[in-house]
Design a protein around this ligand. Sequence first.
Ligand SMILES: CCC/C=C/C(=O)SCCNC(=O)CCNC(=O)[C@H](O)C(C)(C)COP(=O)([O-])OP(=O)([O-])OC[C@H]1O[C@@H](n2cnc3c(N)ncnc32)[C@H](O)[C@@H]1OP(=O)([O-])[O-]
Length: 302
Amino acid sequence: MALAGGVRVRARALLRAGAQFRGPVLGRPEPAAGGGDGTRRFANLRVLVEPDPAAGVAVMKLKSPPVNSLSLEFMTEFLISLEKLENDKAFRGVVITSDCPGVFSAGLDLTELCGQNPAHYAEYWKAVQELWLRLFLSNMVLVAAINGVCPAGGCLMALTCDVRVLADNPKFVIGLKETQLGIVVPFWLKDNLVNTIGHRASEHALQLGLLFPPAEALQVGIVDQVVPEDQLQSTALSVMARWMAIPDHARHLTKAMMRKATADSLIKHRDADIQNFVNFISRDSIQKTLQVYLQKLKQKKG
Ligand SMILES: CCC/C=C/C(=O)SCCNC(=O)CCNC(=O)[C@H](O)C(C)(C)COP(=O)([O-])OP(=O)([O-])OC[C@H]1O[C@@H](n2cnc3c(N)ncnc32)[C@H](O)[C@@H]1OP(=O)([O-])[O-]
């Protein structure tokens, strides 16, 4: 699946502006700095990719400090990196994890949702849809190695993966907390959650905006495994090895079959979903709530 129009234009603009792949790109391998071991690390500003072509696996590290919030730039760069891997036959699996200590992703970037104009909200929401669709429909095996707090839009990314492994730390909560912020999750993300944990548990989780600590997350099924923090990466890679042992073609056709109806319901109603989001987020009451919340986050430090 190619990048949608707006995101593609933005991606091109970023690249034209020299969006600054600091390392070698896939297809033009060079040894990693100082490595000389044939591994091909590449990075843009906000995503670090550590490829292991021999295993057919790459680790994508989200590194948009302080909290990996989903800004337009972050999502664009993430999708460029993902597309590079998808276009390279050497790669069949991706582990997604964070390079920001204690935070997998803080979710949607609230500065993109506050005090902007409707055209911006529309562009932003289209990019969020695109991020979800591209991950949800990826042919590759995606494993989320969740090494930090994972609320809302962070949980969105994790939910698209085939497997979620969470590091066992009581601070590392995961869930769709949107109602706590006065936001309603989009129907396609609700469907994604229902497919994962079932209808009744989703009703509770979504209405209450629940964030699950590790033991509860495992119990409700929003993650598949909880492991000690120092075993997260190795567990994610061994889960990946198990999935990679399945013939690719059969596996990804099965994945597509399982996910098609959920994805199609967004694809068919993309424009209406954008319009709905723009109308909702532009409301004075929502803007006020989000601004107060953002202000509170900023004051936390002071
Ligand atoms: C698709 C479905 C709908 C989805 C909706 C959403 O995702 S809505 C989103 C739902 N997400 C949430 O409700 C999560 C909100 N975030 C948090 O709860 C905490 O930041 C944390 C627990 C993620 C990390 O705690 P910590 O103590 O490690 O870090 P800290 O708290 O000190 O923050 C550091 C800096 O980052 C800033 N910043 C933080 N988040 C965001 C953001 N989303 N955006 C922008 N900026 C954000 C914060 O203001 C501060 O800025 P400053 O002062 O340096 O200019």
